[in-house]
Design a binder for this molecule. Structure first.
Ligand SMILES: NC(=O)c1ccc[n+]([C@@H]2O[C@H](COP(=O)([O-])OP(=O)(O)OC[C@H]3O[C@@H](n4cnc5c(N)ncnc54)[C@H](O)[C@@H]3O)[C@@H](O)[C@H]2O)c1
Length: 340
């Protein structure tokens, strides 16, 4: 397990006020943090605090500087309009499965960008997970943790959820992005073990994680939001590649999302799915798909694959209080592919 936890960031979050009036921030700190022109310095809080401490005027204690930075964050938040404020995830703890790379990795970054309080990545790929934590921790002042988890393994998923709640007190947001694809396998020759494996990861795995996190959310009696990354393949049959199992798995994910949304509305847990079209990720960067990609582009009204970060804002919207009346919805994000 790889943990990057900034002591300063943790204490900042703990002290971060919920209801905010514009707090006092000293001019020197505003200057050091680089927001004199309304722009915020991209450096992590811990780093700016350290620099501020080094450059601190004589007699100013480190605790005063830290306090200034806490106020700085609060001031920044209070400057947002009520509508923009709803997109922020201050105080929320998020888990992203499949967050070590691809769409999940980018969504994880977007959640940090809208100020989630802690982020936990569940993925089988340890090396990629560690890299993601290191990169994100450079950019953001939130605790970010990687847990090596196979979503098929309900015991290790439960352990990871229990650990997360132990570390951060709760889970508010779950993004299920872990998934695999098998393409170009004619149904008549589909190996049954491969078929079962894909269903086990894409559909059963989504349920395994949702059940463990759902139970934590029910126990903690707070609101929660779950987002499952399904696919347009849950709506249409892709052309020309034969991928019956993948398509069926994603149709299952969409209906699982609606079913859980109906069951868990009573517990104030919202469940929505996102159905992407063809996205330019490692999943599709295989030579065997090169010729087919030409066809995919032709069949997409926008004429291109989606960029790897083009689900980010949709995920933020569904995770946040900007979508409090949405549950059981499936949002297509496919460059128009399913229009034709
Ligand atoms: N790329 C696309 O065109 C596209 C389109 C529609 C839907 N999707 C879906 O989006 C999701 C993310 O896809 P991506 O393109 O980012 O793929 P990706 O392969 O880049 O990322 C998937 C991540 O899931 C992880 N994962 C796979 N099996 C796992 C398991 N058993 N346990 C835990 N983690 C596991 C992988 O290690 C990886 O980090 C998938 O569910 C995929 O089906 C992708």
């Amino acid at each position: 397990m790889f943990v990057a936890k900034r002591a300063l960031a943790v204490s900042t979050k703990a002290a971060f006020p919920k209801a905010i009036s514009v707090p006092k921030v000293s001019a020197s700190v505003i200057q050091r943090a680089g927001i004199s022109s309304g722009k915020i310095n991209k450096k992590p809080l811990a780093q700016t605090a350290t620099e501020a401490a080094t450059a601190a005027p004589q007699g100013q204690s480190i605790s005063a500087i830290v306090e200034d930075h806490i106020n700085l964050r609060a001031a920044t938040q209070s400057n947002l309009s009520p509508t923009l404020n709803k997109f922020c995830l201050d105080g929320k703890v998020a888990v992203v499965t499949g967050g070590a790379r691809g769409l999940g990795r980018h969504i994880a970054e977007a959640l940090c960008d809208v100020r989630v309080s802690a982020l936990v990545i569940f993925d089988v790929l340890k090396e990629h997970g560690d890299e993601a934590v290191a990169e994100l921790s450079q950019k953001f002042d939130v605790p970010i943790v990687f847990k090596q988890v196979d979503v098929r393994d309900h015991i290790s998923v439960q352990n990871a959820v229990t650990e997360t709640v132990g570390q951060f007190g709760k889970i508010d947001v779950l993004v299920n992005s872990a998934g695999i694809a098998d393409s170009n396998i004619p149904a008549e020759g589909y190996n049954i073990d491969m078929f079962r494996r894909l269903i086990d990861i894409n559909l059963t795995g989504t349920f395994v994680v949702a059940q463990a996190v759902g139970n934590a959310m029910i126990q903690q009696k707070t609101k929660g939001s779950m987002i499952f990354i399904a696919s347009m393949s849950g709506h249409i049959v892709n052309y020309p590649q034969q991928q019956s199992c993948y398509n069926a798995s994603k149709a299952g994910v969409i209906m699982l999302g609606k079913s859980l949304a109906a069951e868990w509305a009573a517990h104030k847990i919202r469940v929505n799915t996102i159905s992407p079209g063809y996205m330019d990720t490692a999943l599709n960067r295989v030579p065997a798909l090169d010729a087919q990609k030409v066809m995919w582009n032709e069949r997409t009204p926008m004429g291109r694959l989606g960029n790897v970060d083009e689900l980010n804002n949709l995920a933020v919207f569904l995770a946040s209080d900007a979508s409090t009346y949405m549950t059981g919805s499936d949002l297509l994000c496919d460059g128009g592919y399913t229009c034709w």
